[in-house]
Ligand binder design. Sequence first.
Ligand code: SAH
Ligand code: SF4
Length: 388
Amino acid sequence: MTATSKPNLAGLSLEKLRVLFADMGEKPFRAQQVTKWIHQRGVLDLDAMTDISKPLRDRLKLTTCISLPRIVDEFASADGSRKWIMQVASGSSVEMVFIPEAGRGTLCISSQAGCSLDCSFCATGKQGFNSNLTVAEIIGQLWWANHELGGFGGRLERPVSNVVMMGMGEPLLNFDNVMDAVTIMMEDCAYGLSKRKVTISTSGVVPAIDRLKDFTDASIAVSLHAPNDTLRSQIMPINKKYPIAELLRAVSGYMDSLGDKRVPVIEYTLIAGINDHRQLARDLATLLQDFPCKINLIPFNPFPQSDFRRPSSSAISNFRQILQEAGYIVTVRTTRADDIGAACGQLVGIVEDQTQRSSRHQRRRELVAAHGKEFDSTDNLAVAADSV
Ligand code: SAH
Ligand code: SF4
């Protein structure tokens, strides 16, 4: 059995760990013990898991692995945000961003390397699709953020209070892995995040939204960006396959299944001269009049391969006002971390020379210095990194 074909304990939900231990003839509570070590205490070395007997640890070492992706670079924004670049097994890199705010810390994580959906305003889309992230690569982003931000120290409050799947990729096109990762985020003996604090953002993969209720009760955000099919299809090709009426029907079905008072967030990236006209705000208000939701306006974040522009602040506030006067709760997302290329839609996952080099932590060099060699792809890097 090669190292890579062994089940990776860091990417198994409690339920899947229970099955693994049952197959080994072990008691189900072992699953909880291992989950706590990895996701609550941040421990990845089986020998440090002291409540597991030595013979069982030795068996686990032979038949399983504990492996997380590696961080290859890190950036710190002047506004306190942090961005990490991780290398995943396919060889691509993905990005995750931590945004501290008063009373909460939000981690924006990736679900795919690249994206196949090619929205015209998104840097990730311009890159095309590279690979689906594994469960360990998705949950590994939360693990690393906790590791880097001191979240495994047994403090009552963990630095990451909210997770949004708004990084690179379309979460619902990596359905099974995203569902397992979200389950681990919400498990009490892992990260214990509430269903209100884990948000899956989707561009509208209707068949996957229809299946969602059978797998999770996480919160949902929907990238709408236009109030009619003609315009939406121009900027989001997926709309040609799943038009607005079908999308809203699927989202309503999911919300009904939750049986609580949560409403979805409608995301609307405002692009100058494309979808920021006042009439479009009125049309949006009409479109959503029977669809309980909150609206989040995201001023377009520019990136080199795009000619689109961000609207003026008066255009943004006019758009907002029309929606507010129609009775909607509207927020305008403040741009964070754009000095490190980490604002919405700017994530490209390429390790490139940034102008903020001085604020860059030389993670790779630190790891190499600490361990005396470059890690190769079969190394259980996380075990090594745990001691960094
Ligand atoms: N694929 C998912 C999640 C990742 S994108 C989705 O599309 O919802 C997360 C959010 O960032 C989406 O609402 C997306 O429309 C928005 N976004 C993408 N590019 C952007 C840009 N250049 N400026 C502002 N927001 C952008
Ligand atoms: Fe993919 Fe979302 Fe970017 Fe569209 S906005 S290309 S769905 S990551």
